[in-house]
Design a binder for this molecule. Structure first.
Ligand code: ZN
Length: 241
């Protein structure tokens, strides 16, 4: 994403702009007069150190705080939170499975969500998953005895209830082991029961909500209707065990 430079702060031979996205980058424009000519050049600084290189460094906003709820053996991650510098809404994001990200360290997806949330002015992100089982990729779900996690529905309910907006992003269900492809219906049911409309950033070919990593920063959340049944799951539709 692009930096969003704040108002200039002027000094005798330089002007500083801090990035309002919270990536901690400061653009320093230096200006000197040399032989009656003005010479101007930019520098980029972060945390008191100059960033080397000729190009503008990436804008990677950082969270101002975070926490996580794991099972005691840490095989299941039920909830992951990040506090953002914004003062806007609380967004819940429901994706596929637990990842390496924890109380303090971010993975690719969490960094991307912090980017989205910063741009949209969110104040907090709460991440939940269809499957709380911690695995770096979906294939790990195939071998897990209980990929969902015994406490997951309770946490999903709390996450969805706590959010101002619930964004789903589990991607196409075709990539999941067959027995797990209807798990998303449980989440639709929980949201339905709590009166929460589900949102997505984009949809896949099979009508499922695209994963945030596959979406550009210009996307904005819009209401998502579950494929096959607008707004709600018809009674009697059995969920695969
Ligand atoms: Zn920035």
């Amino acid at each position: 994403m692009n930096h969003r430079w704040g108002d200039p702060v002027r000094f005798p031979h330089k002007t500083e702009h801090e990035c309002l996205n919270g990536c901690r980058t400061i653009k320093v424009t230096r200006h000197e007069s040399e032989a009656a000519r003005d010479v101007v050049w930019p520098e980029f600084w972060r945390d008191g150190e100059k960033i080397e290189g000729d190009s503008t460094p990436e804008c990677e906003p950082v969270a101002v705080g975070g926490c996580a709820v794991f099972s005691p053996d840490r095989m299941y991650r039920y909830r992951l939170e990040r506090e953002l510098p914004g003062e806007g809404i609380i967004a819940a994001i429901i994706m596929v499975n637990g990842s390496d990200a924890d109380e303090t360290s971010n993975d690719h997806t969490v960094r991307k969500l912090i980017g989205f949330g910063t741009r949209l002015g969110w104040r907090r992100i709460i991440i939940g998953n269809l499957f709380a089982f911690v695995s770096t990729d979906i294939s790990g779900l195939r071998t897990a005895a209980d990929p969902i996690g015994s406490d997951n529905d309770r946490h999903l309910e709390e996450i969805i209830a706590a959010a101002d907006i619930v964004i789903v992003g589990w991607g196409t269900v075709k990539k999941l082991p067959e027995a797990l492809r209807k798990r998303w219906i449980d989440v639709v049911r929980i949201a339905d029961r709590l009166g929460q409309q589900l949102y997505c950033l984009d949809v896949t070919d099979d009508g499922h909500p695209k994963h945030p990593l596959m979406i550009g920063y210009d996307a904005v959340p819009h209401p998502w209707d579950a494929p096959w049944f607008p707004n709600r799951v018809p009674a009697g539709l059995e969920v695969a065990p």
